[in-house]
Design a protein. Sequence first.
Length: 135
Amino acid sequence: MKSILAASLAAALALTGSLAHAQTPASSPSSSHPCAIGNVTGVGGSPQSVHDYLASPSRDQYRYLTENQIQCQVSDEGRASGCTGITSLRHERVSVYDDSDPTTTTVIAHVELDHGTYTAMIVVPKQDLQCEEQN
């Protein structure tokens, strides 16, 4: 009986902690999503390409950008997926998808490909993302 009571108490404490964490404002650093909508000025692309770009010396980053242009597969419905490479973004309005990586954030953005502009899921460096004010 004591073990059931102890287990119930532990579960209640865990649930209370989860609820407190879930009520944390969206803009706090501990939140999984810093914001819902933002603007990006910088680079974006596949996770590996963005990490390689950030790891490059600053003198080599422009060359990396030009030699590894973003490429995506586009479905018949016009959805881009399976992107590789990297692209430059200027004041691009994005939807924030996931903020679980310590250096990058996954966003939904419009990317310019060889055959048009498409919506794609890419990652951007956290420092390049500016959250929009939410009312």
